[in-house]
Design a binder for this molecule. Structure first.
Ligand SMILES: *Cc1c(COP(=O)(O)O)cnc(C)c1O
Length: 815
């Protein structure tokens, strides 16, 4: 499909026009935020036009649509992305230049919408980009959180959380659709009976009505007019104020009822890979699910007059178990509001829902108390009970008389609802997010389910929006690539493979090194400005950025850094390849160990920076407020990518893919998608270390792991842990962390994620990194091979697999 051409002159005119109409100002008097807003409005006009065209097309051809439900969409900034996709980035840059503005400064005006915690939300955003580009008819659904993930400040080395208000500059990308407002019923009671015609009647009493108002973000695709729509629901009270209460003098009560409804979309829960048991969270989940399904069903019925063909026309994809209530909610709509029988409703539901599992961490598997589900959505609980009863009967056929097994696999047991079991029972497809993770699901986490429903299980390895993470974030690298292999890789990322032919092209490798240096300089400037730390440009930029979680083992990295510090202190003149260790990470506000780990990084950072004997060779930097826009600066500058989770715990990882695509070399365990990265680049182009999954699992299961023995036998580790107990010269005590490693705590065993066990192997791999870096030609060659083989980790490939193997919808993407 041809796209509109945008010239510099036309854009200048359009921007000036917006400035005049919206701010009553001339270009000469406009501030940067006004210019940003004007640019956004110009780009938005193009997008809305395309969105209407796409909607009309969907309406016309009636092909199967994909509805992607996720509690998080970490979309990142929109202006540059949309300008790039629409093919107007160069013209816009030039237009702004003429008007006296730098494009980069204007981009900085846009808030980075934090509607997600980390990988899960970012994945959903990358998939929107893929769906738009590959011509999949996709709509994403989530909540329009007033406050996204908190803004992180580091004060005296510690994380402080501040509210993030992104709406002021983010609102421009959202188009309200008031006429498609839905009503969600929360709480109250229900009574059900069969009327004289044998028809089920459900009456609701005393519930709280909450309005769901949709705001649509058009997500552009590259080189196409196809738009994927992200529909964000805002919760609103239908009653402006309860006047009856108000006039009877109950002023506070009147306001309270009003406020309670609106709290639902007030804030994103900041826990990553952890279940949140609060009732507001469950309300949020039901709010998302109910509004979304009512919306889809109402439109479907308006077109077809029936929901009988629902499963032919729609796929409901649930990204993790958070939106699993789609299953009972669709049952409710089909039975209670459309007179279908249980069997008919179940056939439609279980042929419409597909489920992606994202974690094997037991503390992340969602379970809700029956009493809470009962209280907040009584009709849904009735339906879940019925699903459970029928499901257990089915299980009985496979495991006759095995009561223990059936209660283990049941959806409702011990007064809790197990969301993953409900998702498995009610969906036609269950997938993991990397080859290893999908195997673990089959062999360990869902073994018995796999025995029964083996054909439902599959794998789709995660992927990232390579246009955002490579073409836009690293324009110099993109230009170099395009000078060799053309621009085809933008829509056919596997074409990056052609770069393998240049592995011995000295000129290209030098150019690659030069570009890396420019990107390092940009990050160094950022660090100087934000941390006041001067980093050595000749040091290796070694980066671990991701949520702070014990299983991701930032601790292993820290232990190693302390050991390097000791080595340098003992022998300041040793031949040492300089390193800058860069961290960026948010900790869940209630996760004490994670927060203490951030403090530990900062204590070490300060100690080293104050020590003239080591500070030119070793440096530790903690970058505050890690988010998408910061990642876009970090990835192009990274030389080493730390992917060091204990094997078997990281479902996939996507940070690993962003780094690789930007030419960083991975030091990592055989975990998640690292396994496939290793396979793609070859063992000689990656630094693999540590236990593999079977060994790690066997050791954990045996109960025989004793980190104290390692402490006693390994003088390097002993000295590191002793220093933790001793402190780092700033008066902060880290005995608690040392104790957790040596003795356990919080109900867990000592060193639960076995950092000490993998330490020696990690240190040895890090030594290989340093030695390899001495040969810059070799290093650049390895970087090139990483870039060349990163195409398979593009979201376009993942989306094509979902489209072909799970959703059964057509896509323009060719493998
Ligand atoms: C990609 C990304 C993540 C995921 O990183 P992992 O290393 O895969 O955990 C988290 N946060 C942000 C802002 C990201 O861009």
């Amino acid at each position: 499909m041809p796209k509109t051409q945008y010239t510099k002159t036309a854009l200048k005119e359009a921007i000036a026009g917006k400035l005049q109409r919206h701010f009553a100002c001339e270009v000469e008097d406009a501030t940067k935020d006004q210019v940003y807003e004007a640019c956004a409005l110009v780009v938005r006009d193009a997008l809305t036009e395309h969105m209407i065209e796409t909607q009309n097309e969907v309406e016309r051809d009636g092909e199967r649509q994909v509805h992607y439900l996720c509690m998080e969409f970490l979309v990142g900034r929109s202006l540059r992305n949309n300008a790039y996709n629409l093919g107007m980035l160069d013209a816009l840059t030039a237009a702004l230049k003429d008007m006296g503005f730098e494009m980069a400064d204007i981009f900085e005006e846009e808030a980075d919408p934090g509607l997600g915690n980390g990988g899960l939300g970012r994945l959903a955003a990358c998939y929107m980009d893929g769906m738009a580009t590959d011509g999949v008819r996709g709509t994403g659904y989530s909540i329009r959180y007033e406050h996204g993930i908190f803004k992180q400040k580091i004060v005296e080395g510690q994380q402080v959380e501040l509210p993030d208000s992104w709406l002021s500059t983010g609102e421009v990308w959202q188009i309200p659709a008031m006429d498609e407002t839905r009503e969600v019923k929360i709480g109250g009671t229900v009574d059900t009976y069969f009327d004289d015609n044998g028809k089920l009647v459900v009456n609701y009493h005393d519930y709280t009505p909450v309005l769901a108002v949709p705001y649509d973000m058009p997500i552009s695709g590259y080189g196409t007019n196809n738009i994927a729509r992200l529909r964000l629901w805002k919760a609103q009270s239908p009653i402006a104020l309860d006047m009856k209460l108000f006039s009877s003098g109950e002023y506070l009560k009147a306001l309270e009822k009003h406020a309670l409804a609106e709290t639902i979309s007030m804030v994103l829960y900041p826990e990553d890979n952890h279940r949140e048991g609060q009732s507001l969270r469950l309300k949020q989940q039901y709010f998302l699910v109910s509004a979304t399904l009512q919306d889809i069903c109402a439109k479907h019925k308006a077109k077809y007059g029936t929901l009988e063909n629902f499963a032919h026309k729609h796929v409901l994809h649930i990204n993790d178990t958070h939106p699993t209530l789609v299953i009972p909610e669709l049952m409710r709509i089909l039975m209670d509001e459309n007179d279908m029988s249980w069997e008919q409703a179940w056939n439609i539901t279980s042929q419409s829902v597909a489920y992606t599992n994202h974690t094997v961490m037991p503390e992340a598997l969602e379970c809700w108390p029956v009493s809470l589900v009962q209280e907040l959505m009584p009709r849904i609980m009735q339906i879940i009970y019925e699903i459970n009863e029928r499901f257990c009967k089915e299980l009985w056929n496979y495991f006759p008389n095995d009561f223990q097994k059936i209660s283990k696999l049941a959806i409702v047991a011990d007064d809790t609802v197990r969301m993953a079991h409900l998702a498995i029972a009610g969906s036609f497809s269950i997938n993991g997010v990397s080859a290893l993770h999908s195997e673990i699901l089959k062999e360990r986490v869902f073994t018995d389910f796999y025995k029964i429903y083996s054909s439902k299980f599959c794998n789709v390895t995660n992927g990232i929006a390579h246009r955002r993470w490579l073409c836009e974030a690293n324009p110099e690298l993109a230009e170099l690539i395009e000078s060799k292999i053309g621009t085809g890789y933008r829509t056919h990322p596997s074409e990056l493979q052609v770069l393998n032919n240049y592995a011995d092209d000295k000129e290209l490798l030098d150019k690659l090194g030069e570009i890396k240096r420019h990107n390092k300089q940009r990050l160094a400037d950022y660090i100087k400005e934000h941390n006041g730390i001067e980093v050595n440009m000749d040091s290796i930029f070694d980066v671990q950025v991701k949520r702070l979680h014990e299983y991701k083992r930032q601790m292993l990295n820290i232990l190693h850094i302390i050991s390097l510090y000791h080595k340098l202190k003992d022998n300041p003149d040793m031949d040492f390849v300089p390193r800058t260790f860069i961290f960026g990470s948010k900790a869940a506000p209630g996760y004490a160990v994670a927060k203490k780990t951030i403090q530990l990084i900062n204590s070490i950072s300060k100690m080293i920076d104050n020590d003239p004997a080591v500070r030119d060779k070793l440096k530790v930097v903690f970058l505050e407020d890690y988010k998408v826009s910061l990642a876009e600066i970090i990835m192009p500058a990274a030389e080493v990518s730390e992917q060091i989770s204990i094997a078997g715990k990281e479902a996939s990882g996507t940070g690993n893919m962003k780094f690789m695509m930007n030419g960083a070399l991975t030091i990592g365990t055989m975990d998640g998608a690292n396994v496939e990265i290793c396979e793609a680049v070859g063992k000689e182009n990656i630094f693999i270390f540590g236990m593999e999954t079977p060994e790690a699992e066997a050791l954990a299961a045996s109960g025989s792991y004793e980190p104290m023995v390692i402490y006693q036998n390994d003088p390097v580790i002993r000295r590191v842990l002793d220093q933790m107990i001793h402190g780092f010269g700033d008066g902060v005590d880290y005995t608690d962390i040392a104790n957790l490693l040596l003795h356990g705590g919080n109900g867990g065993p000592a060193d639960r994620y076995m950092s000490l066990k993998d330490f020696a192997s990690y240190a040895e791999a890090q030594e290989r990194v340093s030695q390899t870096y001495r040969d810059q030609d070799q290093w650049n060659r390895m970087a090139l091979i990483n870039i060349a083989n990163s195409g398979r980790f593009a979201a376009d490939r993942s989306i094509a697999e979902y489209a072909q193997n799970i959703w059964r919808v057509k896509t323009n993407f060719a493998f």
